[in-house]
Design a protein around this ligand. Structure first.
Ligand code: 18C
Length: 258
């Protein structure tokens, strides 16, 4: 079924009118569809090597270099009891929470709120010695698609947030002291409801969120490979643990949002 699925159609069905009418839309639809398709594929046939395992959290990478720069793709899976895919993506997407959980951030600016489901950001990240500080400009899109795997009338949708670099004339790259990084990232959450909960009120104990996080970050300019690999090996697990703990904490006393 997955190869036949028309992701574009499903993504359009979830989008706001303001997003659909924006000049970025064709780009958003294409990248979001690609990212969802590949996140759902699991590890597929690629030569992924496991480099972090911590409880339910597993992180895989492929060692790839482009023009002498390390651009290792990351694919991570995790499972967290007590939150939904929608809640996960809510806290990842909306800017008001970002400073709470994003440990690599120096500053974040909302450049353009295109719609309730599409926001354009400029971020400056913390500097890592001995390289220049990095910045990024990207659109971020929040979407949801039906879960084709366990399709019942009321099964919750799969939610995803996709971040993808975009050139902004108002923020030209590499003019000041920052080197521009280029990123494509998806965070996806599938909510699984325990069969035991059937016919009664849903409790947080009854739900588990299956998480997939994929990232490709191009450092944009010189960075020693060994430092870069050491940094992401530390930062990706730190992010996924810290962020999911944050969502658990924020939602524990709130009604469940499927
Ligand atoms: O997805 C995440 N966050 C989103 C919201 O902010 C968004 C942003 C992604 C940017 C990630 C890249 C940031 C790199 C900046 C340098 C790292 C600073 C470390 C500071 C330590 C105190 O999608 C969660 C992101 C989780 C963190 C990922 C880190 C990945 C590093 C990849 C290499 C980048 C190379 C740049 C510098 C070279 C260093 C030698």
């Amino acid at each position: 079924q997955t190869s036949q699925t028309n992701w574009g159609e499903l993504i359009r069905a979830a989008a706001t009118n303001a997003s659909l009418k924006h000049p970025y839309w064709p780009d958003i639809e294409r990248v979001v569809a690609e990212q969802i398709r590949s996140a759902r594929m699991g590890l597929g046939k690629g030569a992924w090597q496991l480099f972090v395992e911590d409880g339910e959290m597993k992180m895989y990478r492929r060692e790839v270099e482009e023009d002498g720069l390390v651009v290792d793709p990351l694919k991570a899976t995790h499972q967290v009891k007590g939150i939904t895919g929608r809640e996960l993506c809510h806290y990842f997407f909306y800017p008001e929470y970002r400073y709470d959980w994003e440990g690599t951030l120096e500053t974040m600016n909302v450049v353009d709120k295109i719609a309730e489901d599409t926001i354009v950001f400029h971020q400056i990240h913390k500097r890592i010695w001995p390289t220049a500080q990095r910045d990024a400009t990207f659109w971020s899109h929040l979407t949801h698609v039906p879960d084709e795997e366990n399709k019942t009338d009321d099964s919750p949708h799969i939610w995803a947030t996709i971040n993808n670099s975009v050139d902004l004339p108002s923020y030209p790259p590499n003019v000041g002291k920052h080197i521009r990084i280029y990123l494509t990232i998806i965070l996806m959450g599938q909510t699984v409801i325990s069969p035991a909960a059937k016919g009664r009120e849903l409790k947080r104990d009854d739900i588990t969120c299956k998480i997939t996080y994929c990232a490709v970050v191009n450092p944009g300019g010189w960075a020693p490979s060994s430092v870069l690999r050491a940094v992401y090996k530390r930062e990706y697990p730190k992010f996924l643990k810290r962020f999911t703990a944050y969502v658990l904490e924020k939602t524990k006393n709130l009604p469940i949002k499927l």
